[in-house]
Design a protein around this ligand. Structure first.
Ligand code: EPU
Length: 416
């Protein structure tokens, strides 16, 4: 699993490059299955979840040739299997995007119930009901979701909860369905737009991605393309919090600022100084931070995937901050680890009350998921003494070369 050893109290200074979006890559890689030739994907993050998605494609018969760390040529035309290997599907939530992609291509898909970070029950009823509306039958057999359709027929699908994953799966399943599919109350996250842009680049006909109504006119064949994945807003936001807690001065490069508005706004409200450039931000923090109330919401609201990181930062802000988790039922499991470092936080259901302003102290802590791990890195960078964080593989699922990047900014961090 691995352990990070971090000596806190060093001011971060310098420049850091942000890699491609994990969650966009994990939707676009399965989408290459639909292309009728090789696709070149650029700005892929070099993280373990991307490797896992490539392994799934290869096991099903595709060829994936990496060209350096961030580019891959994927030829999925030789895929002849409709089944994602059970052991691989179990390792990653986003393996369920192969349901939509395989169903679209073969009218059949067999994928294990997905694994992934544990924030409480993570239902997939919206995905399955959406596939059913398009004409697929489904059953769950020994932990495997089995979908089958005679043909897929476009229809209107309304989600009563905004779901990123269900929006992506229905986009994938409907691009080659007969007629028009309309998704109402769709998710609007940047990676939904990125997936739609990729699909359009291979010949799909999708309009409205980024709004809550998406229209997909089915096409009979999709071509190949070269496509560049958007920067990762959550990686960028995490480094912003790291800069702020160390009272640093860091330029966050290769980002799309409009995807970061809610994070910038919240950080400015607590006293972090942010200067905007075209594709970068300078984050400086000289003064004491102020308390804030934060509620995570679907995009363009404050992202749930930044909730642990902002909570870690608010431990250093004077006063009482209230953090409300608006998406997941159980996303405060990391709070006990922050308290081990001296944080004063109480949790009642989906609300955490942070009594901030006292510097944290180092402790041995354990990351329980990806963003929880990022929160512990932030806490450790600001804390007094040497913190050891267990379970670094969670963190490495979503943060490329975090040790190298932080070392480049002047942090003391080692992986042992
Ligand atoms: N929901 C349902 N039924 C469904 C699907 C979702 O009720 O069929 C509910 C969920 O229980 C939750 C809400 O809808 O309360 C939103 O869930 P969503 O489907 O949007 O989440 P997801 O697609 O499983 C993706 C990201 C998560 C991120 C969420 C919310 C990927 C691979 N994962 O998950 O990212 O937290 O959207 O923005 O894109 C992360 O990167 O750390 C991460 C966990």
């Amino acid at each position: 699993m691995g352990r990070f050893v971090i000596e806190g109290g060093r001011r971060l200074k310098g420049e850091v490059n942000i890699n491609g979006s994990k969650n966009a890559a994990l939707a676009i890689i399965p989408a290459t299955l639909l292309a009728s030739g090789p696709c070149v994907l650029s700005n892929l993050p070099n993280i373990s979840d991307v490797d896992l998605s490539f392994e799934i494609l290869r096991k099903m018969g595709a060829t994936v040739n990496r060209q350096g760390k961030h580019v891959a040529i994927i030829d999925a035309t030789s895929i002849n299997s409709t089944e994602v290997p059970f052991n691989l599907a179990m390792k990653m939530r986003a393996s369920y995007y192969y349901l939509g992609a395989l169903l679209s291509k073969f009218n059949e898909a067999n994928v294990a119930m997905p694994g992934g970070c544990n924030f409480g029950v993570r239902p997939i009823n919206l995905h399955l009901n959406g596939f059913k509306s398009l004409g697929a039958e489904y059953r769950v057999d020994r932990g495997i979701i089995r979908l089958k359709a005679k043909h897929l027929q476009g229809t209107k699908i309304y989600f009563d909860v905004v779901s990123v994953g269900a929006t992506i799966n229905i986009l994938l399943a409907s691009v080659m369905a007969q007629g028009v599919t309309i998704i109402e109350n769709a998710a609007k996250e940047p990676h939904i737009v990125d997936l739609a842009n990729f699909l359009n680049s291979i010949g799909a006909c999708i309009v409205g991605a980024g709004t809550n109504v998406i229209k997909i006119k089915g096409v009979s064949k999709l071509k190949s393309s070269n496509y560049t994945i958007i920067p990762d807003p959550i990686e960028a936001g995490s480094y912003m919090a790291m800069a702020a807690i160390t009272k640093g001065d860091v330029v966050i490069k290769d980002i799309t600022i409009k995807h970061l508005e809610s994070i910038i706004n919240k950080m400015e409200s607590i006293g972090v100084h942010i200067t905007r450039y075209d594709n970068s931000l300078r984050v400086c923090c000289a003064d004491a931070l102020k308390k804030a109330d934060v509620t995570s919401q679907a995009y363009p609201g404050f992202p749930t995937d930044m909730q642990p990181q902002i909570t870690a930062l608010l431990t250093s802000a004077k006063g009482t901050s209230i953090v409300t988790e608006g998406i997941w039922n159980n996303r405060f499991q990391y709070v006990g680890e922050l308290c081990r470092m001296g944080a004063v936080i109480t949790v009642d259901g989906k609300v955490a009350v942070v009594e901030g302003g006292k510097r944290l102290t180092a402790a041995p802590v354990v990351a329980c998921d990806l963003r929880a791990g990022a929160a512990l890195v932030i806490a450790a960078l600001g804390a007094k003494g040497i913190t050891e964080i267990e379970n670094t593989s969670y963190i490495e699922r979503g943060y490329e070369d975090i040790v190298g990047k932080l070392t480049g900014l002047g942090a003391y961090i080692r992986k042992v």
